[in-house]
Design a protein around this ligand. Sequence first.
Ligand code: NAD
Length: 355
Amino acid sequence: MEYKIGLLRGDGIGPEIVDSAVRVLQKIGEKFSHKFVFTPYLIGGAAIDEVGEPLPKETVEGCLASDSVLLGAVGGPKWDTLPGHLRPEKALLGIREAMGLFTNLRPAKLYPALKAECPLREDLVEKGFDIMIVRELTGGIYFGERGYREGKYGEEAYDTERYSRMEIERIARVAFETAKKRNKKLVSIDKANVLETSRLWRKIVHEIAAEYPDVAVSDMLVDNAAMQLVRNPAQFDVIVTSNMFGDILSDEASQITGSIGMLPSASLGEGTRGLYEPIHGSAPDIAGQGKANPIATILSAAMMLLYAFDLSAESEAIVSAVDQVLNEGYRTADIARGGEWLSTKEMTDKIIERI
Ligand code: NAD
C-alpha cells in the first residue's frame, strides 16, 4: 500500500522530531512493505519567514489532499510580538478547522521504567497506567454564544455551553470504537448533576452504548474524575468527555506521567484521516541542540498507523520498540535525571534498531 503523509515540521525542535518520526516510518515501510510518501508543507513561524503568513493556502490544500498529516510544533520568541492573526499558533486552529477535526485523542501513559518521573506516590502507580482521553474538540463552551452585557450588578460577561445530538453521537462513536481497540472499558465524564448539556450527553452516550455491547461504559462526574486521576489513575482505560472538561483533564493526566516529551496525540475528523502531533510545544530553549526527546512524535506516528491506516501490527512494532529502549535504560536528556543521555538522533537510532 502507498500512503501520502503531509509533514508540518514547524519551528523550534519541530524539524528534528518530525525527521526522527519519518525515519521510523521509513523503517516500518521497509519491514512491512508499505510505501510512505512524505510531502513537507510550511506552517507557523517557518511559514511566516518564508511567505509572510502562518498557514499558507498551499499547506491547507496539501494537508487536505494527504492521507494523513504529521505535525511537529509551532511558535517561538522570534514571532511572539507579531499581531494575533499573524502568530504561528494561529495556524494550529486554522489547520484543525480546515480539516474538520472534532476529536482529540490524548493518551497519558506512565511507563513502569519511568515511574520515578511521576509526581504521585510510588504505591499509587506501582504498575504504571495507560489512559486514552477522547476529547470533543469543536463544540461546547469554547464555541458557544458569548459576550458582554449589562446585568443586575453592572458589567458582566457570559459564555454558553451548547451541544447538539449530532456532536455527542459522533464523539461517543469515536470513543466506543477506541475502547473496542483497547480494553473495552469506557468512562464518560460529565457534570450531569448540574448541567443540561451533560444530561443530554449522558443520555446519548448510553443510547450509543447499545451499538457496542462488548464495551463496558460507566459515568463519572468531572469533579470526582479530577480526584480519581490522582488517586488511582490505573482504574481508567478510555475516557470520553466534552471540550472544556477534556482540556483540563488531559493536562492533569499528562502531568502525572511526568514527561511531556513522551506524549503523542491525534486529532480526527470525518472523512479525513487526521492530524498527529506531540502534545508539547516547539521547545525553543533546546532547539538545534540534539536534546529533544523524539518519542512523543514517534508515538504520534504510531497512532497514525493505527487510527489513520488501520495498521495495528506496524503501530505495535513502534510502541514495543519504545518500551524496549526505555526498559533497557536508554534516556534522552529530559528523562535522564542528570544521568547519561542520548541525543535525538541516537534515541531514534535505538528505536529503529528494535523495530
Ligand atoms: P514547550 O512544550 O515547548 O516546552 C516546555 C518545556 O518542556 C521546555 O523546557 C522544553 O524544553 C521542554 N520540552 C518540550 N518538549 C520537549 C521534548 N520533546 N524533549 C525534551 N524537552 C521538551 O512549551 P512552551 O515553552 O510553553 O512553548 C514554547 C513554544 O511552543 C511557544 O511559542 C508556544 O506557543 C508553542 N507551543 C506550540 C504548541 C504546538 O505547536 N502544538 C503547543 C504548545 C506550545
